[in-house]
Ligand binder design. Structure first.
Ligand code: SF4
Length: 374
């Protein structure tokens, strides 16, 4: 199948050279991604042209890149647990955990170790290979006791043979290093939207603050998980702007969550209209083409999509999902429905990757609200 995909791309090369050939920007970029691998010198108009390609063409070429760069049947299953819920000082307009909005959510303290480890064990038994812990904090600075507890959770969950991810707000360099030493696989910190639209969504920390945290994570040697949310009232240019920022980082994020807003009553965005599946497909396929090696995660909002709609997202290039009944505080897909979907679509769970082949192969024999938007 891989050969077929490659040769069919080759056949398309000759006519592409002709100025009269009606090939889309998505076709051209996909060909280049397969031939040359990831690049981070994208211009915004280049990404806009890919994003604006006819939808079915974009979907097809997202699938081409996906099949050439990844094992296309493999889907990573991550479980996200809110280990410290609500009472957050930030003003993210989409988030029911902000203390500024009356959403009826009760604030809790950091969960105890036993409960967290039990949840991780259950997630592993249900097939998840990555366990992500989210805390509703602006940052971890000044939370030494809690942070040290989380370092222990990371160590123990990693010891269970799972990849471990955290989303705890802004991080300093030293904290990123401590998390790395504890065995953290990835850190989630989403950019949410374009730099231009961002002030409409959050005012309590800047876009550059977010990029700084991503840099600390990268420099500590932890995988970067960063994406955004669509349906915040942004223009399509803002979706392109988000992709452009991510795709021009010195190294692309290893994971790129694409979330569809779940409008929660009591938040400033409560009346936003739901994102349509076509918008998700366009965003996922564009992300797949401009960041070919990243795990593109079909994240929050998946619960609203039918199995055939999710199938189109996987075809477009999504290869990671959140499994489990909740995504922090909002509902997620039913476990049995996900199992049935994997069976019907012929998907298989991706084994954990610890960045060292021995551990990965041993594990493979065993069987940030809005999905970590902090
Ligand atoms: S998204 Fe994260 S940082 Fe923003 S209000 Fe919610 S919990 Fe706080």
């Amino acid at each position: 199948m891989m050969l077929l995909a490659r040769s069919s791309l080759r056949l398309r090369l000759a006519p592409m050279a002709s100025a009269a050939a009606p090939f889309s920007a998505a076709a051209e970029a996909a060909e280049r991604a397969v031939r040359d691998g990831p690049r981070n010198d994208w211009t915004r108009p280049e990404i806009q042209a890919i994003y604006d390609s006819p939808l079915l063409d974009l979907l097809f070429h997202g699938a081409q890149v996906h099949r050439n760069v990844h094992k296309f049947r493999e889907v990573q299953q991550c479980t996200l647990l809110s280990i410290k819920t609500g009472g957050c000082s930030e003003d993210c307009s989409y988030c029911p955990q902000s203390s500024r909005y009356d959403t009826g959510l009760k604030a809790d303290r950091l969960m105890k170790k036993d409960a967290v480890l039990e949840a991780a064990k259950k997630a592993k038994e249900a097939g998840s290979t990555r366990f992500c812990m989210g805390a509703a904090w602006r940052e971890t600075i000044g939370r030494k006791t809690n942070f040290n507890q989380i370092l222990e959770y990371v160590k123990d969950i990693r010891g269970m043979g799972m990849e471990v991810c955290c989303t705890l707000g802004m991080l300093e360099k030293q904290q990123a290093e401590q998390l790395k030493t504890a065995g953290l696989t990835a850190y989630n910190h989403n950019l949410d939207t374009s730099r231009e639209y961002y002030p409409n969504i959050i005012t309590t920390r800047s876009y550059d603050d977010r990029l700084q945290t991503l840099q600390h994570v990268r420099e500590a040697g932890i995988s970067v998980c960063s994406g955004g949310i669509i349906g915040l009232g942004e223009a399509e240019e803002d979706r392109v702007g988000l992709l452009h920022t991510l795709a021009t980082l010195p190294t692309h994020p290893e994971s790129v969550p694409i979330n569809a807003l779940i409008a929660v009553k009591g938040t400033p965005l409560q009346d936003q209209k739901p994102v349509e599946i076509w918008e998700m497909i366009r965003m996922i396929a564009s992300a797949r083409i401009v960041m070919p090696k990243a795990m593109v995660r079909l994240s929050a909002g998946r619960v609203r999509f039918s199995m055939p709609e999710q199938a189109l997202c996987f075809l477009a290039g999504a290869n990671s999902i959140f499994a489990g009944e909740k995504l922090l505080t909002t509902a997620n897909n039913d476990f049995d429905a996900d199992q049935a979907m994997f069976k019907i679509l012929g998907l298989i769970p991706k084994a954990p990757n610890f960045g060292d082949e021995e551990a990965t192969s041993a594990a493979s024999t065993e069987s940030c609200e809005q999905a970590a938007s902090m």
